[in-house]
Design a protein around this ligand. Structure first.
Ligand code: NDP
Length: 324
């Protein structure tokens, strides 16, 4: 638990490589039917509002637009490049050692940036082919993520990325990476799904004990994109217990859902392309949940993954067979 009243939108958490990460970040994934220009507009507005951490990925197909937004806000003097913390993700089809740097360079080129602040392996498994299209199946590959990691270390040494980390790794996979012979850099973070229905306490404890920062996605209950999310799952922001806690503080369920994760000392990502919500989500630093309400929300945990990526269940590196 952090000294939560001391948190502000500008709070940064120390990473194990000497860099820091802003505690709140803007998510930028939107389903393919959403015009990419909306992400560009939202990112510009977010930067104007004070967001400094932008989470994106090659596979979201919008790095050109998000890069435009960042560079425009640098050009108009709102921010400097060093004020922005940009996270990119290596997609699973770029895990072969000879492709890793190409994957990163593609992102840098699309963004028209010289470096990324953080570059993370999007999932622990490698794929030969990945079409986000139900008619074209995924084709598994067997590249060991430890081999991928060595090239990421070299990309950090080359100055193309400030920090390197992972996403969607379970404990055993983190252990394997941490015990890799010749490991030069530990992952700075593990970005995982984390919210009141999936509080990730055990994974957080393991990460904390190894100086790895947990970064939470789908804090608001996810994008509920039918390509990735089972739409029969309960809608997190409609949870009655969450609504009752929110009513006590005269806050929205979204604010309480975010505040809960922040008070656990976890970096929060929240996606919105709506101005009022972008503002609301940045306003979660002027109230504090009492310990009994934290406990009430902790009890909502039911190990629910909104985005279990079921198509990968047979892959040897599928991370969610283990409890955490
Ligand atoms: P979130 O849990 O952030 O929820 C986004 C949804 O909540 C949108 O529909 C948004 O609508 C709505 N919303 C935002 N603010 C509010 C509010 N205050 N009140 C009510 N509704 C609100 O979804 P994501 O799953 O997108 O996760 C966030 C980010 O995490 C992603 O965008 C991506 O950057 C990252 N991510 C990473 C993954 C990984 O594998 N590493 C996987 C999934 C996500 P609207 O836009 O209309 O406001």
């Amino acid at each position: 638990m952090t000294d939560s009243m001391a948190l502000t939108k500008d709070t940064r958490i120390a990473l194990n490589d000497g860099n820091t990460i802003p505690i709140i970040g803007l998510g930028t994934y939107a389903s393919p039917d959403v015009p990419k220009s909306l992400g560009e507009e939202a990112t510009k507005i977010a930067i104007d509002l004070g967001y400094r951490h932008i989470d994106c990925a090659y596979i979201y197909g919008n790095e050109v637009q998000i890069g435009n937004a960042i560079r425009e806000k640098i050009a108009d003097g709102t921010v400097k490049r060093e004020d922005i913390f940009y996270t990119g993700k290596l997609w699973c089809t770029f895990f072969s050692p000879e492709l890793v740097r190409k994957g990163l360079e593609k992102s840098l080129q699309d963004l028209q940036l010289d470096y990324l602040d953080l570059f993370i392996m999007h999932w622990p498994f490698s794929l030969k082919v990945c079409e986000i299209n139900p008619d074209k199946p995924f084709v598994y590959d067997d590249v060991d993520f430890c081999a991928t990691w060595e090239v990421l270390e070299a990309c950090k040494d080359a100055g193309l990325v400030k920090s390197i980390g992972v996403s969607n790794f379970n404990r055993k996979q983190l252990e394997r990476l941490l015990s890799k012979p010749g490991l030069k850099y530990k992952p700075v973070c593990n970005q995982v799904e984390c919210h009141v229905y999936l509080s990730q306490s055990k994974l957080q404890a393991y990460c904390n004990s190894n100086d790895i920062v947990l970064v939470a996605y789908s804090v608001l209950g996810s994008h509920r994109d039918k390509n990735w999310v089972d739409l029969t799952t309960p809608v997190l922001l409609e949870d009655l217990v969450l609504a009752n806690v929110a009513a006590k503080y005269n806050r929205s369920p979204a604010e309480v859902a975010m505040r809960f994760i922040l008070q656990k000392g976890i970096v929060v990502l929240a996606k919105s392309f709506t101005v009022a919500r972008l503002k609301q989500n940045l306003g979660v630093f002027d109230f504090e949940l009492k310990p009994e309400d934290m406990k009430t929300l902790e009890d909502l945990d039911k190990n629910l993954h909104y985005g279990p990526f079921k198509e990968m269940k047979q892959h040897p590196e599928y991370p969610f067979h283990d409890e955490y």
